[in-house]
Design a protein around this ligand. Structure first.
Ligand SMILES: Nc1ncnc2c1ncn2[C@@H]1O[C@H](COP(=O)(O)OP(=O)(O)OP(=O)(O)O)[C@@H](O)[C@H]1O
Length: 322
Protein backbone atom coordinates (compact mmCIF):
# COMPACT_ATOMS: atom_id res chain seq x y z
CA UNK A 1 0.00 0.00 0.00
CA UNK A 2 1.11 3.58 -0.69
CA UNK A 3 0.32 5.81 2.28
CA UNK A 4 0.45 9.58 2.14
CA UNK A 5 0.11 11.33 5.50
CA UNK A 6 -0.34 15.06 6.01
CA UNK A 7 1.60 15.97 2.90
CA UNK A 8 2.23 19.70 2.41
CA UNK A 9 4.54 21.48 0.02
CA UNK A 10 5.13 24.89 -1.58
CA UNK A 11 7.73 25.89 -4.19
CA UNK A 12 8.02 29.26 -2.55
CA UNK A 13 6.15 30.71 0.43
CA UNK A 14 2.73 29.95 -1.00
CA UNK A 15 1.58 26.38 -0.23
CA UNK A 16 0.74 24.26 -3.28
CA UNK A 17 -0.17 20.99 -1.52
CA UNK A 18 -2.15 21.44 1.68
CA UNK A 19 -2.16 18.60 4.18
CA UNK A 20 -3.07 15.71 1.88
CA UNK A 21 -3.66 12.24 3.32
CA UNK A 22 -4.73 9.14 1.42
CA UNK A 23 -3.96 5.45 0.89
CA UNK A 24 -3.61 3.58 -2.38
CA UNK A 25 -3.80 -0.22 -2.47
CA UNK A 26 -1.12 -2.18 -4.30
CA UNK A 27 -2.08 -2.83 -7.93
CA UNK A 28 -4.79 -0.16 -8.03
CA UNK A 29 -5.18 2.41 -10.79
CA UNK A 30 -5.83 5.82 -9.24
CA UNK A 31 -6.64 8.95 -11.19
CA UNK A 32 -6.05 12.45 -9.88
CA UNK A 33 -8.35 14.99 -11.47
CA UNK A 34 -8.67 18.70 -10.89
CA UNK A 35 -8.49 22.11 -12.54
CA UNK A 36 -5.22 23.25 -14.08
CA UNK A 37 -2.79 24.45 -11.40
CA UNK A 38 -4.49 22.62 -8.51
CA UNK A 39 -1.29 20.66 -7.78
CA UNK A 40 -1.65 17.31 -9.59
CA UNK A 41 1.87 17.29 -11.08
CA UNK A 42 3.35 18.57 -7.83
CA UNK A 43 1.66 15.71 -5.97
CA UNK A 44 3.12 13.10 -8.38
CA UNK A 45 6.57 14.70 -8.11
CA UNK A 46 6.30 14.72 -4.31
CA UNK A 47 5.42 11.02 -4.22
CA UNK A 48 8.34 10.31 -6.55
CA UNK A 49 10.62 12.15 -4.14
CA UNK A 50 11.56 15.27 -6.07
CA UNK A 51 10.48 17.81 -3.45
CA UNK A 52 11.35 18.52 0.16
CA UNK A 53 7.88 17.99 1.56
CA UNK A 54 6.30 18.18 5.00
CA UNK A 55 4.47 15.01 5.99
CA UNK A 56 5.22 11.36 5.36
CA UNK A 57 4.97 8.94 2.46
CA UNK A 58 5.21 5.16 2.91
CA UNK A 59 5.39 2.31 0.41
CA UNK A 60 4.81 -1.11 1.98
CA UNK A 61 5.53 0.20 5.50
CA UNK A 62 8.82 1.77 4.41
CA UNK A 63 9.04 5.54 4.62
CA UNK A 64 10.19 7.29 1.44
CA UNK A 65 12.77 9.83 2.44
CA UNK A 66 12.85 12.18 -0.54
CA UNK A 67 15.62 14.21 -2.14
CA UNK A 68 17.87 14.44 0.93
CA UNK A 69 18.41 10.69 0.89
CA UNK A 70 18.55 9.83 -2.82
CA UNK A 71 21.59 10.91 -4.78
CA UNK A 72 19.78 10.09 -8.02
CA UNK A 73 16.38 11.80 -7.93
CA UNK A 74 13.39 9.50 -7.50
CA UNK A 75 12.73 6.15 -5.86
CA UNK A 76 14.09 2.88 -7.35
CA UNK A 77 10.81 0.97 -7.48
CA UNK A 78 8.90 3.88 -9.02
CA UNK A 79 8.83 5.54 -12.39
CA UNK A 80 7.54 8.98 -13.15
CA UNK A 81 6.55 10.01 -16.65
CA UNK A 82 6.56 13.79 -16.71
CA UNK A 83 4.72 16.00 -19.18
CA UNK A 84 8.00 16.61 -21.04
CA UNK A 85 8.94 13.25 -22.45
CA UNK A 86 12.68 13.45 -21.89
CA UNK A 87 13.62 11.35 -24.93
CA UNK A 88 17.13 11.33 -26.40
CA UNK A 89 16.62 13.21 -29.72
CA UNK A 90 19.57 11.69 -31.66
CA UNK A 91 18.59 8.10 -30.74
CA UNK A 92 16.04 6.07 -32.68
CA UNK A 93 12.63 5.15 -31.33
CA UNK A 94 13.81 1.59 -30.59
CA UNK A 95 17.00 2.82 -28.90
CA UNK A 96 15.02 5.18 -26.70
CA UNK A 97 12.66 2.39 -25.63
CA UNK A 98 15.54 -0.01 -24.93
CA UNK A 99 17.75 2.57 -23.25
CA UNK A 100 17.45 1.11 -19.76
CA UNK A 101 17.31 -2.55 -20.78
CA UNK A 102 20.38 -4.72 -20.30
CA UNK A 103 22.57 -5.49 -23.35
CA UNK A 104 23.49 -8.92 -21.95
CA UNK A 105 20.85 -10.71 -24.03
CA UNK A 106 20.46 -8.69 -27.25
CA UNK A 107 17.75 -10.94 -28.73
CA UNK A 108 15.66 -10.79 -25.60
CA UNK A 109 16.11 -7.03 -25.51
CA UNK A 110 15.05 -6.71 -29.15
CA UNK A 111 11.98 -8.86 -28.47
CA UNK A 112 10.97 -6.74 -25.49
CA UNK A 113 11.43 -3.50 -27.44
CA UNK A 114 9.29 -4.88 -30.27
CA UNK A 115 6.57 -5.92 -27.82
CA UNK A 116 6.49 -2.45 -26.32
CA UNK A 117 6.49 -0.73 -29.71
CA UNK A 118 3.58 -2.96 -30.70
CA UNK A 119 1.71 -1.90 -27.57
CA UNK A 120 2.03 1.78 -28.42
CA UNK A 121 1.66 1.19 -32.18
CA UNK A 122 5.11 2.55 -33.08
CA UNK A 123 6.66 -0.54 -34.66
CA UNK A 124 6.91 1.01 -38.15
CA UNK A 125 8.80 4.00 -36.76
CA UNK A 126 11.32 1.92 -34.77
CA UNK A 127 14.33 3.23 -36.73
CA UNK A 128 13.27 6.87 -36.90
CA UNK A 129 15.22 9.33 -34.75
CA UNK A 130 13.26 10.71 -31.81
CA UNK A 131 13.91 14.28 -32.98
CA UNK A 132 11.84 13.58 -36.11
CA UNK A 133 8.70 12.59 -34.17
CA UNK A 134 5.50 14.55 -33.58
CA UNK A 135 4.45 15.35 -30.01
CA UNK A 136 1.99 12.44 -29.91
CA UNK A 137 4.55 10.00 -31.30
CA UNK A 138 7.12 11.15 -28.72
CA UNK A 139 4.58 10.60 -25.98
CA UNK A 140 3.92 7.04 -27.19
CA UNK A 141 7.66 6.30 -27.19
CA UNK A 142 7.99 7.76 -23.70
CA UNK A 143 5.16 5.47 -22.52
CA UNK A 144 6.85 2.42 -24.05
CA UNK A 145 10.17 3.36 -22.43
CA UNK A 146 8.65 3.77 -18.98
CA UNK A 147 7.19 0.25 -19.29
CA UNK A 148 10.41 -1.40 -20.48
CA UNK A 149 11.26 -2.50 -16.94
CA UNK A 150 7.90 -2.45 -15.17
CA UNK A 151 8.13 -0.53 -11.90
CA UNK A 152 6.08 -1.37 -8.80
CA UNK A 153 4.56 2.10 -8.86
CA UNK A 154 4.05 4.13 -12.01
CA UNK A 155 3.27 7.85 -11.89
CA UNK A 156 1.89 9.20 -15.16
CA UNK A 157 1.38 12.92 -15.73
CA UNK A 158 -1.22 13.52 -18.48
CA UNK A 159 0.01 10.42 -20.35
CA UNK A 160 -2.27 10.80 -23.39
CA UNK A 161 -2.41 14.59 -23.66
CA UNK A 162 -0.70 14.75 -27.09
CA UNK A 163 -2.28 11.65 -28.59
CA UNK A 164 -5.17 11.95 -31.04
CA UNK A 165 -8.57 10.48 -30.18
CA UNK A 166 -8.22 7.95 -32.94
CA UNK A 167 -5.27 6.27 -31.17
CA UNK A 168 -5.89 7.34 -27.59
CA UNK A 169 -8.82 5.07 -26.77
CA UNK A 170 -7.19 1.85 -27.95
CA UNK A 171 -3.81 2.78 -26.51
CA UNK A 172 -5.36 3.62 -23.16
CA UNK A 173 -7.22 0.29 -23.03
CA UNK A 174 -4.09 -1.67 -24.00
CA UNK A 175 -1.81 0.21 -21.67
CA UNK A 176 -3.99 0.07 -18.57
CA UNK A 177 -4.85 -3.61 -19.04
CA UNK A 178 -1.12 -4.38 -19.53
CA UNK A 179 -0.35 -2.56 -16.28
CA UNK A 180 -3.18 -4.25 -14.41
CA UNK A 181 -1.97 -7.69 -15.53
CA UNK A 182 1.54 -6.78 -14.43
CA UNK A 183 0.17 -5.73 -10.99
CA UNK A 184 1.65 -2.24 -11.27
CA UNK A 185 0.20 0.43 -8.98
CA UNK A 186 -0.62 3.35 -11.28
CA UNK A 187 -1.33 6.96 -10.37
CA UNK A 188 -2.44 9.14 -13.29
CA UNK A 189 -2.81 12.92 -13.19
CA UNK A 190 -5.34 13.77 -15.85
CA UNK A 191 -7.75 16.29 -17.32
CA UNK A 192 -9.54 13.55 -19.21
CA UNK A 193 -12.62 12.22 -17.45
CA UNK A 194 -12.35 8.93 -19.39
CA UNK A 195 -9.10 8.16 -17.55
CA UNK A 196 -10.83 8.96 -14.29
CA UNK A 197 -14.06 7.05 -14.92
CA UNK A 198 -13.37 4.06 -17.12
CA UNK A 199 -10.03 2.81 -15.86
CA UNK A 200 -9.58 3.98 -12.29
CA UNK A 201 -10.28 1.95 -9.16
CA UNK A 202 -10.18 5.17 -7.17
CA UNK A 203 -10.40 8.81 -8.17
CA UNK A 204 -9.00 11.76 -6.24
CA UNK A 205 -10.58 15.14 -7.01
CA UNK A 206 -8.29 18.05 -6.11
CA UNK A 207 -8.84 21.78 -5.87
CA UNK A 208 -6.33 24.44 -4.81
CA UNK A 209 -3.92 21.89 -3.36
CA UNK A 210 -6.52 20.00 -1.33
CA UNK A 211 -8.40 16.75 -1.80
CA UNK A 212 -12.07 17.59 -2.24
CA UNK A 213 -13.30 14.03 -2.66
CA UNK A 214 -11.79 10.56 -3.03
CA UNK A 215 -13.59 7.34 -3.83
CA UNK A 216 -14.64 4.94 -6.52
CA UNK A 217 -15.28 6.73 -9.84
CA UNK A 218 -18.99 5.77 -9.71
CA UNK A 219 -19.23 7.33 -6.26
CA UNK A 220 -17.70 10.62 -7.37
CA UNK A 221 -19.80 10.74 -10.52
CA UNK A 222 -23.13 9.80 -8.94
CA UNK A 223 -22.63 11.55 -5.62
CA UNK A 224 -20.31 14.47 -6.31
CA UNK A 225 -19.58 16.49 -3.21
CA UNK A 226 -20.18 19.71 -5.11
CA UNK A 227 -20.61 21.14 -8.60
CA UNK A 228 -16.82 21.50 -8.98
CA UNK A 229 -16.33 17.72 -8.64
CA UNK A 230 -19.22 17.02 -11.04
CA UNK A 231 -17.83 19.53 -13.56
CA UNK A 232 -14.58 17.55 -13.78
CA UNK A 233 -16.62 14.88 -15.63
CA UNK A 234 -18.27 17.28 -18.11
CA UNK A 235 -21.17 19.73 -18.30
CA UNK A 236 -23.33 20.01 -15.19
CA UNK A 237 -26.29 22.00 -13.88
CA UNK A 238 -26.34 23.37 -10.35
CA UNK A 239 -29.93 24.41 -9.74
CA UNK A 240 -31.69 25.98 -6.75
CA UNK A 241 -33.61 23.12 -5.11
CA UNK A 242 -36.70 25.32 -4.85
CA UNK A 243 -36.90 25.40 -8.66
CA UNK A 244 -37.63 21.70 -9.03
CA UNK A 245 -38.59 20.34 -5.60
CA UNK A 246 -41.45 21.44 -3.36
CA UNK A 247 -40.81 23.03 0.05
CA UNK A 248 -37.10 23.54 -0.42
CA UNK A 249 -35.04 26.57 0.54
CA UNK A 250 -33.52 28.42 -2.46
CA UNK A 251 -30.06 28.24 -0.89
CA UNK A 252 -30.12 24.47 -1.22
CA UNK A 253 -28.69 23.27 -4.52
CA UNK A 254 -29.14 20.25 -6.73
CA UNK A 255 -26.42 18.98 -9.06
CA UNK A 256 -27.79 17.33 -12.15
CA UNK A 257 -26.07 16.27 -15.38
CA UNK A 258 -27.61 17.27 -18.73
CA UNK A 259 -28.53 13.66 -19.65
CA UNK A 260 -30.56 13.43 -16.41
CA UNK A 261 -32.93 16.23 -17.50
CA UNK A 262 -35.67 14.77 -19.72
CA UNK A 263 -38.10 16.28 -22.21
CA UNK A 264 -41.75 15.42 -21.81
CA UNK A 265 -45.08 16.31 -23.46
CA UNK A 266 -46.42 18.62 -20.78
CA UNK A 267 -46.43 19.30 -17.04
CA UNK A 268 -45.26 21.88 -14.57
CA UNK A 269 -41.72 22.47 -15.71
CA UNK A 270 -42.10 24.74 -18.73
CA UNK A 271 -38.94 26.07 -20.35
CA UNK A 272 -37.83 27.98 -23.44
CA UNK A 273 -35.02 26.85 -25.75
CA UNK A 274 -32.07 29.28 -25.89
CA UNK A 275 -29.54 27.36 -27.99
CA UNK A 276 -28.76 23.91 -29.30
CA UNK A 277 -25.34 22.36 -30.15
CA UNK A 278 -24.75 19.22 -32.20
CA UNK A 279 -22.65 16.75 -30.19
CA UNK A 280 -22.71 13.64 -32.37
CA UNK A 281 -25.12 11.25 -30.67
CA UNK A 282 -27.22 14.07 -29.12
CA UNK A 283 -27.79 17.82 -29.07
CA UNK A 284 -26.67 19.75 -26.00
CA UNK A 285 -29.57 22.10 -25.51
CA UNK A 286 -29.68 25.14 -23.28
CA UNK A 287 -33.13 26.10 -21.99
CA UNK A 288 -34.37 28.74 -19.59
CA UNK A 289 -36.85 27.98 -16.83
CA UNK A 290 -37.94 30.63 -14.31
CA UNK A 291 -34.79 32.64 -15.02
CA UNK A 292 -32.45 29.66 -14.56
CA UNK A 293 -30.41 28.23 -17.44
CA UNK A 294 -30.51 24.45 -17.71
CA UNK A 295 -28.50 22.17 -20.00
CA UNK A 296 -30.10 18.99 -21.27
CA UNK A 297 -29.46 16.39 -23.94
CA UNK A 298 -32.04 16.10 -26.69
CA UNK A 299 -32.16 13.57 -29.49
CA UNK A 300 -33.42 16.16 -31.99
CA UNK A 301 -32.35 19.69 -32.81
CA UNK A 302 -34.67 22.19 -31.08
CA UNK A 303 -35.29 25.66 -32.48
CA UNK A 304 -34.60 28.81 -30.47
CA UNK A 305 -37.59 30.04 -28.39
CA UNK A 306 -39.47 26.72 -28.71
CA UNK A 307 -41.44 25.92 -25.56
CA UNK A 308 -40.55 22.55 -24.05
CA UNK A 309 -41.49 20.70 -20.85
CA UNK A 310 -38.95 19.08 -18.57
CA UNK A 311 -39.14 16.13 -16.22
CA UNK A 312 -36.79 15.07 -13.45
CA UNK A 313 -36.39 11.85 -11.50
CA UNK A 314 -37.51 12.78 -7.95
CA UNK A 315 -35.38 10.07 -6.32
CA UNK A 316 -32.30 11.39 -8.07
CA UNK A 317 -33.13 14.98 -7.06
CA UNK A 318 -33.45 14.00 -3.42
CA UNK A 319 -30.19 12.06 -3.54
CA UNK A 320 -28.35 15.06 -5.00
CA UNK A 321 -29.80 17.68 -2.68
CA UNK A 322 -27.02 19.68 -1.00
N1 LIG B 1 8.73 24.79 -10.52
C1 LIG B 1 7.79 25.58 -10.01
N2 LIG B 1 8.10 26.71 -9.34
C2 LIG B 1 7.16 27.51 -8.79
N3 LIG B 1 5.83 27.25 -8.85
C3 LIG B 1 5.46 26.15 -9.51
C4 LIG B 1 6.41 25.26 -10.12
N4 LIG B 1 5.73 24.23 -10.69
C5 LIG B 1 4.41 24.47 -10.46
N5 LIG B 1 4.25 25.61 -9.75
C6 LIG B 1 2.96 26.18 -9.29
O1 LIG B 1 2.35 25.21 -8.44
C7 LIG B 1 0.95 25.16 -8.66
C8 LIG B 1 0.55 23.73 -9.00
O2 LIG B 1 1.14 23.36 -10.24
P1 LIG B 1 1.00 21.91 -10.83
O3 LIG B 1 1.80 21.86 -12.09
O4 LIG B 1 1.29 20.91 -9.78
O5 LIG B 1 -0.57 21.86 -11.17
P2 LIG B 1 -1.39 20.84 -12.08
O6 LIG B 1 -2.66 20.59 -11.38
O7 LIG B 1 -0.54 19.68 -12.44
O8 LIG B 1 -1.64 21.73 -13.39
P3 LIG B 1 -1.85 21.25 -14.91
O9 LIG B 1 -3.11 20.44 -14.92
O10 LIG B 1 -1.99 22.56 -15.64
O11 LIG B 1 -0.62 20.47 -15.32
C9 LIG B 1 0.65 26.18 -9.76
O12 LIG B 1 0.21 27.37 -9.15
C10 LIG B 1 1.99 26.38 -10.43
O13 LIG B 1 2.09 27.68 -10.95
Amino acid sequence: MLRVKNLSFGYEVKPVLKNLSFNISKGDNVSIIGASGCGKSTLLQSIYGLHHVDGKIFWKEEQLLGPNFNIVPGEDFMKYLAQDFDLMPPLSVAENVGKYLSNMYPRKKQQRVNELLELVEMRELARVKARMLSGGQQQRVALARVLAKPPEVLLLDEPFSHIDHFRKNKLRRNLFSHLRKAGVTVIVATHDSTDALAFADQTIAMKDGRIIQMGRPEELYNHPKNAYVASLFGEVNELPASLILKNQAARKKIIIYPHEVHLTDGGTFKAKVKSCFFKGNHFLTQVEMDGEEILLESSKELTKNKIVYLSFNPELLNARLK
